[in-house]
Write a protein that binds this ligand. Sequence first.
Ligand SMILES: [Ca+2]
Length: 103
Amino acid sequence: MATAAVTPNAPPPRGPGKEHRTAITVPEFKRWVKQFDTDHDGRISRKELREAIRRRGAWFSGLRALFAVRRADRNRNGFVDDSEIEGLIDFAERELGFRIRTE
Ligand SMILES: [Ca+2]
């Protein structure tokens, strides 16, 4: 009987949170964050950050985004501006599994 072979095909290795296992630099981290700036206004909203957190496979993305924006948002306009992205580094390391090289 011709049965379908059990395919040893591994699933795509790109599971959540599997990218960037090695340390990245701050500019690389910024570039990663910026790809979630879907409306291209140059700053990261809570909604956009939530998508980024989801992409990393972390739970409670909405809550994490809320707290992360609050922490990084120095001028209190409700967004993470370009100059404030560095304020996300601690958060990204602690909660998203990044390793970021700051010199
Ligand atoms: Ca934006």
